[in-house]
Design a protein around this ligand. Structure first.
Ligand code: NAP
Length: 266
């Protein structure tokens, strides 16, 4: 199966490396289209020999084309690519905010899958939400989901509009986690820890809490109740969180992200 990754930036490289290391695509069958000639030696050093600088005939031979460029770079690029694409070629786009309808209007195919990954994809712990045009077959969806899963987990949604919510929850989510972690690190330093001690305490606490959640049937709410004994230290903190409406503020923040994602998409 020949795969072309358009855009050899953060995400393009993440996919290229994940597909190869998971043996989902062979090096021989993986192609990268990247506009800067200067980047060829860099890709060659990573073991990728098939680097295109301009769209050409090679594109017509691809079983899957992955669009990993910034939306603002896509208009001219799509025009050039369209000349070489076959009708009905399978396309996976990870471009934030670019709808399936827009892609169908810009490319000579209806077989579009749109995905929203997140940053931890770079370390194989990503979360990707994806949706597809009705013309994409089950086996094509299955093929693409297997590739997405080389970077972590994925969830399929019938409703493309839910990808705005995916952006608000898991797309932007790592930053919310870092915000909470940084607040705990700052508090730790005020309590007397060095920055590195505070970071170790906090990072391992997050890692441990998530592992515990994933390895049991209890919900987050049940875990909070389980560790908050009456009159104890945990309850002192969680009571303070509730009294200052922290939960509502977090929800408001996520709703603002959802609103912004919809705004950018239109
Ligand atoms: N990073 C994330 O966590 C994340 C998460 C979800 C979705 N996304 C989406 O993924 C896409 C890529 O993001 P990214 O972070 O990987 O961006 P990036 O690092 O800037 O990568 C984009 C790459 O595309 C190249 N490019 C631009 N125009 C091109 C053209 N005409 N032909 C071939 N290559 C071209 C750029 O080259 P130059 O640098 O030389 O311009 C760059 O290497 C974006 O649409 C973004 O919305 C990213």
């Amino acid at each position: 199966m020949k795969v072309l990754i358009v855009g050899g930036g953060n995400m393009g490289r993440t996919y290229a490396e994940s597909f190869i290391s998971n043996q989902s695509v062979s090096r021989r069958d993986l192609f990268i289209l990247e506009k800067e000639k200067e980047k060829i030696p860099y890709f060659n050093a990573l073991g990728f020999d098939s680097v295109l600088i301009e769209p050409d005939e090679t594109i017509s031979q691809m079983s899957l084309i992955i669009l990993a460029v910034k939306p603002q770079d896509s208009t001219d690029l799509f025009q050039k690519m369209s000349r070489f694409m076959k009708e009905g070629q399978l396309v996976l786009s990870i471009m934030a905010g670019v709808t399936i309808k827009t892609l169908k209007n810009s490319l000579p195919t209806t077989k579009i899958i749109r995905a929203m990954p997140n940053l931890p994809a770079q370390v194989g712990m990503g979360m990707t939400g994806f949706s597809a045009d009705d013309s994409v077959t089950r086996s094509e969806l299955f093929l693409v989901q297997n590739l997405l899963n080389t970077t972590g987990k994925s969830l399929y949604f019938d409703e493309e509009s839910l990808l705005d919510a995916v952006t608000a929850i898991s797309g932007s989510g790592p930053a919310y986690v870092y915000f909470f972690m940084q607040s705990m690190i700052d508090a730790g330093q005020k309590m007397g820890f060095s920055p590195s001690e505070a970071e170790t305490l906090v990072a391992q606490t997050f890692l441990g809490a998530v592992h515990l959640l994933n390895n049991n049937n209890l919900t987050c709410k049940e875990w909070i109740d389980k560790v908050s004994s009456k009159g104890g230290t945990t309850e002192a903190a969680t009571k303070n969180f509730s009294e200052s409406s922290l939960k509502e503020k977090i929800e408001d923040g996520l709703m603002a992200a959802l609103h912004r994602s919809k705004e950018l998409g239109s």
